[in-house]
Write a protein that binds this ligand. Structure first.
Ligand SMILES: [Zn+2]
Length: 71
């Protein structure tokens, strides 16, 4: 009886585990892509200094320093 239960549950558990791991890996890759976009570096159109997009503000399709601009 136990053999039958294990024989049925084990493949299902294995299948669910594989689906779970696959989704986990996909989420990880998706997050890695998002993070790499956040870390994107752009040039300030005023002072020409390259900074992380986090430190820049977009204005008229150009990036300008949020603060501490050299010009
Ligand atoms: Zn600047």
């Amino acid at each position: 009886m136990n053999f039958i239960v294990v024989g049925v549950i084990a493949p299902i558990a294995y299948f669910l585990l594989r689906m779970f791991v696959k989704r986990l890996v996909q989420n990880f890759i998706l997050n890695a892509k998002k993070n790499s976009k956040v870390a994107e570096v752009q040039e300030c159109q005023k002072c020409g200094v390259f900074k992380s997009v986090d430190d820049l503000t977009e204005k008229d399709n150009a990036y300008i320093c949020k603060n501490n601009c050299s010009k």
